[in-house]
Design a protein around this ligand. Structure first.
Ligand code: HEM
Length: 730
């Protein structure tokens, strides 16, 4: 099986540099689009520590959504949303649900929103709300309306529509300050998306822990949205609702109030950004293609879905859709691996590896000191050269083989962790049988389960002969070595033990330097070596952290931070010790850095017989991203892909014959399959009605010219405010 193409990148930095060149974030859709043109319709891109597979082939995307995603399709939500849910325990709606809970609720909502003819039940509520919206707008001015911020108006409209769909043909909600409340609510929902985008690419847990403004703004937007959203839902629940409202139907399906609240609040949030921006794109395209406005007026409402589909093809508000495979699968000619879990035991071992900076004493110092003197004597090298070359020699002969061995053991342990995970279910079953047979209580059952798990673990470790303690071997050599060498060099500087030859060595050291440090007895006043020492150590820590696949454990994080602090603290210390000692530290750390970098290379790891393990950067490539923006604009699927031609969607239009390519499923703005948009019928009815009423009452003039381009915020949105004049028709 072939391997999936991957852009060439620098080691470690990966293709992050390309991403920065590509304009970081907001130009993501263009960046990925260019990658597809260059590498084909499937490729892997590395983002930080994660590999993502991007697919733009319409057939592959269809296969992904229909046959690969499994019974409970799983998608990736933005990190800040997940962190908020984890920290504040707010249970959320369909978008956040997984597994059986998702399936049960999704089935009910499918029945209520997506069955044949569901549109007719919501049409009245939607038409009524939009009519009020248009009337209110029209009353504002004599013959022309200039919206300062159409997006916000459309946002509010989406919320109002949804509320009306929920309560059915009852009078709209009107309480004290209702309008203000709705305004604040929609603004805060909008802010959720804006602040999520600002957090994009930042270490989110740090932003939260340090309570940075970006996190505070995001948290406040979610707090306010959920608070007001729940308040609105409670008002709706308390209202005497019409039977035809969605909420009454949810209650009839035996949904409890809490689940209704969760689902409804998320509906309002999911509807805001998507419908508002899609409506905005449609209005923009119509205002720049006035012949299409006439086509609507001539052909009637049935023409509008073609306009909407075409606008969503060009500007899909969700330009990337993610799926995580539940099992290994074949995607085209490639094999894609399912998500694997990561064992955090090696984190405990890894922190040990870094304690080589700790200070301790050793009896081997004299031996090392003699060794240094011997090398100097025999080779006839300058002292700086002697220190550098003996450091490299010692590390290459002693710590390098041990580090390779450590990597070998850790990879094996990691793979055993995965095997054990598969055994867990079996163990659970066995324990529950034992519980019945021997009538065990809860405590005894847990004890039995833990004991069997431990036994299995031990057996696997014995089978593969890879006790994790073996991985710590390198640390037991490295620390004493570092301390002994440091003390050996210090002894040379201090003329210890006192001997006439020690005086000679002292003199040699004071003239045996290079460049900016001719005297190796003196500290490096230029700070070059101390800073290099600090930076190298920090780089080692960061590389080790980056090579972890999953969020590291708390213990690992604490130790990583201690070592980060330690690396900084060591800079002034290094600036105060003799520069020969500092030179040894820098050389030793630089060797460690190069060694770490090399051992990240999968091909080298294979050559050294280190087994493949999940935490390796190259593997697994599980999350798959469907590049909806690219697939919708491919020439092979849509002739004249950049043009706005709604008639391409009309089977009966004569002009369609002039367009040779039309693969309708290459444009999937609502996704496809079991986890596709549950609100798509509401959205379509709303947008159709909006366009119909707008076109009926107004002519549209766009003031922006050609300067509007899409950017990737959370959704695909315009790069600047769109200005359209709504001129009343006479
Ligand atoms: C033009 C408007 C809309 C677009 C383009 C759109 C697009 C999408 C897409 C692409 C997904 C799938 C996400 C994924 O696969 O990970 C989705 C999911 C969803 N949408 Fe929409 N949406 C729109 C309007 C709405 C509206 C009006 C509602 C409210 C009723 C809504 C509620 C949802 C919900 C709850 C989900 C999650 C479904 C699940 O996970 O089972 N959407 N939407």
């Amino acid at each position: 099986m072939e391997s999936i193409p991957r852009p060439k990148g620098l080691p470690i930095i990966g293709t992050k540099l390309d991403l920065i060149k590509g304009g970081l974030g907001t130009k993501l859709h263009e960046f990925i689009d260019a990658r597809h043109r260059h590498l084909g319709n499937i490729f892997i891109e590395n983002f930080g520590t994660t590999d993502l597979i991007f697919v733009s082939d319409a057939d592959l995307i269809r296969t992904l959504f229909i046959s690969l995603e499994g019974k409970y399709p799983s998608h990736i939500l933005p990190d800040p949303w997940l962190l908020y849910e984890k920290l504040y325990g707010q249970k959320r709606g369909l978008l956040f649900m997984d597994g059986e809970e998702w399936l049960q609720n999704r089935r009910i909502m499918n029945k209520l929103l997506l069955r044949e003819g569901a549109e007719s039940c919501i049409k009245n509520s939607v038409a009524q709300t939009i009519q009020t919206f248009i009337q209110t707008c029209a009353e504002k001015s004599e013959n022309e309306i200039i919206f300062k911020d159409i997006a916000s108006n459309l946002y509010k409209l989406s919320t109002e529509v949804l509320i009306q769909v929920l309560i059915g043909n009852t009078d709209p909600l009107k309480g004290n300050h209702y309008d203000e409340l709705l305004q604040i609510f929609t603004e805060s929902v909008k802010k959720i998306f804006q602040t999520t985008t600002k957090l994009y690419g930042l270490p989110i847990t740090w932003c939260q822990r340090l309570n940075l403004k970006v996190w505070r703004d995001f948290k406040e937007a979610v707090d306010v949205s959920l608070l007001l959203g729940n308040k609105l839902v409670n008002e709706m629940l308390a209202l005497k609702r019409s039977e035809d409202g969605l909420m009454s139907k949810m209650i009839k399906e035996n949904m409890n109030d809490q689940t209704i609240s969760r689902i409804v609040v998320d509906f309002i949030i999911a509807a805001g950004d998507t419908t508002a921006y899609t409506s905005l794109w449609i209005l923009y395209l119509l205002s720049r293609n006035t012949q299409e406005i006439n086509a609507i007026r001539i052909n009637g409402q049935t023409y509008i879905p073609f306009v909407i589909k075409e606008a969503m093809r060009l500007y899909p508000v969700a330009p990337f859709l993610t799926r995580i495979l539940p099992q290994d699968g074949i995607l085209g000619q490639y094999n894609v691996k399912k998500a694997k879990r990561h064992l955090s035991l090696e984190s405990v071992v890894k922190w040990q590896q870094e304690t080589y900076m700790s200070i301790s004493n050793s009896t081997l110092v004299n031996f090392m000191q003699d060794g240094l003197l011997q090398i100097h004597e025999v080779s006839g090298l300058n002292w700086w050269c002697t220190i550098v070359s003996s450091t490299i020699l010692i590390r290459a002969c002693m710590t390098l083989p041990l580090t390779v061995y450590q990597n070998y053991i850790l990879a094996k342990v990691e793979n055993i962790g995965l095997e054990l995970k598969d055994l867990v279910n079996e163990l659970k079953k066995e324990t529950s049988i034992a519980r019945k047979v021997y009538s065990l209580n809860d405590k005894q059952t847990v004890l039995l389960y833990k004991r069997s798990l431990k036994k299995q673990w031990r057996q696997l470790i014995e089978r593969d002969n890879c006790h994790p303690l073996k991985a710590t071997l390198v640390i037991w050599f490295q620390i004493p070595l570092w301390v002994c060498m440091s003390f050996a060099i210090r002894n040379l500087v201090n003329m210890h033990p006192p001997h006439p030859s020690a005086m000679v060595t002292f003199m040699e050291l004071s003239t045996g330097g290079f460049g900016w440090i001719p005297n190796l007895i003196e500290p490096d006043h230029s700070f070059i070596l101390p800073v290099a020492f600090g930076l190298t150590n920090l780089a080692i820590i960061e590389i080790q952290r980056m090579s972890k696949l999953r969020e590291p454990s708390r213990v690992y994080n604490i130790f990583t931070n201690v070592f980060r602090g330690f690396s900084i603290v060591m800079i002034p210390i290094a600036a105060n010790v003799p520069s020969c000692l500092c030179l040894y530290w820098v050389t030793s750390s630089a060797f460690g850095l190069i060694q770490n970098l090399c051992l990240l290379s999968p091909s080298l790891r294979r050559k050294l017989r280190i087994p493949l393990a999940p935490s390796e950067l190259e593997n697994p490539y599980t999350p798959i991203i469907a590049s909806i923006y690219t697939s919708g604009r491919e020439q092979k699927y849509f002739s004249e892909p950049e043009s706005f031609l709604p008639y391409r969607w009309d089977r009966h239009d004569e002009r369609k014959k002039g367009l040779s390519n039309h693969v309708s499923y290459a444009s999937l703005p609502f996704a496809l399959g079991a986890r596709s948009c549950v609100g798509r019928k509401i959205a379509m009815v709303q947008m159709t009605e909006l366009i119909w009423q707008v076109v009926d009452s107004f002519d549209l003039v766009c003031l922006n010219g050609d300067s509007i381009t899409p950017i990737t915020s959370q959704a695909l949105i315009p790069n600047k405010k769109i200005e359209i004049h709504f001129k009343k028709r006479v």
